[in-house]
Design a protein around this ligand. Sequence first.
Ligand SMILES: [Zn+2]
Length: 303
Amino acid sequence: MKTTFAFILITLLLTAPAHAKLNVVATTADLGAIAREIGGDAITLTTLAKPTEDPHFVDAKPSFIVKLNRADVVIEGGAELEIGWLPALLDQSRNEKLAAGAPGHVVCSKGVPLMDVPATLDRSRGDIHAAGNPHYLIAPSNAKIAAQNIAAALAEVDAKNAETYRANLQKFTVALDAKMAKWQQTLAPFKGASIVAYHDSWPYFARDFGFKIDLFLEPKPGIPPTPAHLAEVIFKMKSENARVIIVDPYLNRRTAETVARDTGAAVVDVTQFPGGLKGTEGGYIQLEDYLVNALAKALAANK
Ligand SMILES: [Zn+2]
């Protein structure tokens, strides 16, 4: 193992171009999209998880170790989102630039007020949101914080392009603010609407856009639906007049369809990752556009 590693390392050193761009690795596609906004042409970007993959359970390929070994910067969501797969990869990549606390290791949850932080830490019952809800990035207000964290780190690691990163951050923030006003306008008629989600990954989105998303097909994050739990959800959906169920690409759409049949609700495909659904490949703002429009349409059609 040691010899193989040394060999890979030497090969990498010999083949690295002299004036390479900053080599940035993002764990998930949403972080990758924001890193691209900030890094622009000054970085090369690799995203580890596929946009259609569950961010909690990413298939950690051996090639990820090589990618992390040659990286100048790694960007992770943090709040334990990648705890099941990233720490072992980082360990095996033996890259000091990415060590915990190093400027090349960006944890984007820094400065994000996490929701649903449990009073006592308890993973024994299978809850995979043990440190609070880690799906914060889908809320535009949090995307701004993540973008600031990324810009600060890139500027520190690659000082010669610091001005570019700061300018790109400013551009992204202004664009996001302008869009936010439009999104709020589009969704204004649906304020307070009750939406059912498969997995509890939407509380920050609900907060930013004024929805009520607190019924889930999973009895607990990461625990598959049971008939008894679904019966309870169906009962609550009827009493709350919840007419829309949202499902991410990596979850079981059939379960959602069954519940929809019993309640007359509509199933709406959603994603938190640019590229997770057709029409969301263009980046973070296009993804939010897609979600806002899809929900506005479904809520208007299913009152
Ligand atoms: Zn989750």
